[in-house]
Design a protein around this ligand. Structure first.
Ligand code: KG4
Ligand code: ZN
Length: 334
């Protein structure tokens, strides 16, 4: 039988991405144009700059994805696009490009939730088996999701303030590391020790929610107090202590969710899934509890369109199409 070929588009933040995916699991092409350099000097993503960059490269990235996959528009069975959450101006560029393409090529249009995409990045590595727990950790999200079956998402916990990646980036800025700071803090943490006793914020005993702003403030206060005394704490120890506190809580809550939902599959997604401390701690915990763990390779952890095609295929298969009213929704619920 002829495979289903979908073009997928992702523009929710600062990457303009397009991919061609076959049967929701095989990557024929995946193109990601990063704007990181343009945002670096501002220490974070500037929404207006992001939208402008998306407009400049959107069609080039789409053409490249088709060309690298060796397909023409006639070969396509549908167009998937991230409809939210994300920056509204950024989302609109992708949504409008997808609408135009689906209309011009007369194929179905499929709106996809960005977090569903991050979770289905794992499906491109190894077929997802249900039920499962997904830990989504990125610059914009920290969420625990229970999936009883394909395409069904129950958000059981989320951050009440900063996303974990955001906390990483802010801590990095505080100790003078470049943006995005997560990878730099991760590297530095390996050279230090967890000696500063930063708080593990667990919230209510039965809650799967997270809070990282207290931890971030503890880092800032520790530095401030030390500097007032004319001291400068070892940067590596700050990184190691921060990372240990963040990872402890993430792993603890994730493993409790796995146990309390009686699942034996755990998947991790989002940019912070690249973190070596988190990967190691989760791998150890999963082994101990006999849980099968999947963490995608780095290229599939950070924003890309292949993951949007994988998640979109679930909707495509059951005919859950969008129409020309599809819009970018910054706060879209999972
Ligand atoms: O998923 P992603 O590419 O974009 C969002 O949707 O947010 O995640 C980016 C985030 C940034 O905050 C970055 O600092 C963080 O992921 N990150 C890391 C690491 N690599 C990327 N955080 C901790 N350790 C890492 N190795
Ligand atoms: Zn993301």
């Amino acid at each position: 039988m002829k495979p289903n070929v979908l073009l997928a588009i992702e523009t929710s933040c600062d990457e303009t991405a397009a991919a061609v995916i076959e049967d929701g699991k095989t990557i024929r092409s995946s193109v990601v144009a990063s704007q990181m350099e343009s945002h670096k000097r501002f220490g974070g993503v500037v929404p207006e700059i992001a939208s402008r960059h998306h407009v400049e490269v959107m069609t080039i990235v789409m053409e490249q994805a088709l060309e690298e996959a060796g397909v023409t528009p006639e070969d396509l069975d549908g167009v998937c696009v991230t409809e939210g959450p994300g920056l509204v101006g950024a989302l609109l560029v992708g949504v409008n490009a997808a609408k135009a393409a689906a209309f011009a090529w007369d194929v179905p249009l499929i709106g996809v939730h960005h977090i569903a995409g991050h979770i289905y990045a794992n499906h491109l590595v190894e077929p997802l088996e249900f039920p499962l727990i997904a830990l989504v950790v990125s610059g914009g999200h920290t969420e625990l999701v229970y999936m009883p079956e394909d395409g069904v998402y129950e958000k059981i916990g989320e951050t009440r303030d900063d996303a974990v990646g955001e906390a990483y980036d802010k801590v990095a800025r505080t100790i003078g590391l470049p943006y995005p700071g997560g990878p730099h803090v991760d590297k530095l943490a390996a050279e230090g020790t967890d000696s500063l006793g930063f708080p593990r914020v667990r919230l209510e005993a039965d809650s799967y929610d997270f809070s990282f702003s207290g931890l971030k403030s503890a880092v800032i206060n520790t530095l401030h107090n030390a500097r007032q005394k004319g001291e400068e704490p070892e940067q590596a120890d700050i990184a190691a202590s921060f990372q240990a506190a963040a990872v402890d809580v993430l792993v603890e809550k994730t493993m409790r969710a796995v146990k309390e939902h009686g699942v034996s599959r755990l998947v991790v997604a989002g940019g912070v899934a690249a973190n070596s401390g988190l990967r190691q701690a989760l791998t150890e915990a999963a082994e101990k509890e006999d849980v099968q763990l999947t963490i995608p390779p780095l290229s599939l952890c950070t924003d890309n369109a292949a993951m949007i095609g994988a998640a979109g295929y679930v909707r495509f298969r059951i005919g859950q199409f969008s129409d020309d009213r599809l819009n970018g929704v910054p706060g879209l619920e999972l």
